[in-house]
Design a protein around this ligand. Structure first.
Ligand code: ZN
Length: 278
């Protein structure tokens, strides 16, 4: 490429050299559908991880980008091969912003263990085309019908986490998803260590139910201040203190994040367990 000095370029501009610009008839950017706070931006109910616990309605927020006018749409469920509208939705164009207002979509709730298929539709407008999400199938599960190891775990947590998804974990550690609210519990012989693992994860379910994904940074900061920790330290130590309040005997177990639940640490755990924000 030919070298071009700044002075030369400036001179060229003043005499009106055309620079490439978007032609007037270029197609406008297509409307895109974005899930708020999700890495899988278009997938419907991506944060659910495939499961919804009985009696719960899983919710997720979606915004539209680059809309020309306000848009409407529906969340639908497939029943006997027909799409039934569960919710009517509206996205409003916001002046000076590429994103619309957010619409919250929610699954149905059921007591049954059953699979349900959903889709999200953005209706066509005078200027824009219809958009339809990929169909997604979620498994609604009632833990009361669990058998075997999942039943053993459920029996430990049912008083505090009556509607919860439990999965058996192959790895050594147990964990809970902060978005989908399901607990993966590692195999342990029935006893105090299993009770601790199950109730510690149940404590996370209660923490994350109280503070949805968009507020979990706040929860982390508040607990780190109280427990004098960093990262996820406060969330973990509070889950331990909650587990002790739910009946785990700290003297009979090892491998905890903390056993110190005195003063403000215990007060915070009690508050979270009572379903109150800090
Ligand atoms: Zn934990």
């Amino acid at each position: 490429m030919k070298r071009c000095s700044t002075a030369l370029l400036a001179g060229a501009l003043t005499v009106g050299v055309m620079l490439p610009a978007a032609p007037a008839n270029a197609a406008p950017p297509a409307t895109s559908v974005i899930a708020v706070g999700s890495s899988n931006s278009k997938a419907l109910f991506s944060n659910a991880g495939g499961y919804v616990a009985s009696y719960k309605r899983f919710s997720q927020q979606y915004v539209l980008k680059n809309i020309k006018t306000n848009r409407t749409g529906v969340l639908q469920e497939s029943r006997n091969g027909k799409w039934i509208t569960l919710q009517k939705l509206t996205w409003k164009k916001q002046a000076g912003k590429t994103g619309s207002t957010a619409a919250t979509v929610r699954t149905t709730h059921t007591a049954a263990t059953v699979k349900k298929k959903y889709r999200l539709v953005v209706n066509a407008s005078g200027k824009e085309a219809r958009w339809e999400s990929k169909h997604v199938t979620l498994r609604h599960e009632n833990p009361r019908s669990y058998k075997g190891y999942k039943r053993t775990v459920y029996n430990q947590v049912k008083k505090y986490c009556p509607n919860v998804i439990i999965l058996e974990e192959d790895r050594l550690r147990s964990y809970t998803y902060s978005t989908s609210l399901r607990m993966n519990v590692a195999r342990r012989p029935a006893g105090n260590l299993l009770k601790y693992a199950a109730l510690h994860e149940c404590a996370h379910i209660r923490e994350f139910s109280l503070y949805p994904p968009s507020q979990q940074g706040t929860l982390r900061a508040k607990l780190n201040k109280i427990y004098k920790t960093t990262g996820t330290g406060g969330i973990e130590q509070a889950a331990d203190c909650m587990a002790f309040r739910m009946g785990v005997n700290s003297k009979l177990i090892f491998g905890t994040y903390t056993k110190n639940c005195a003063g403000a640490r215990g007060t915070a755990a009690a508050k979270l367990l009572a379903g109150k924000k800090l």
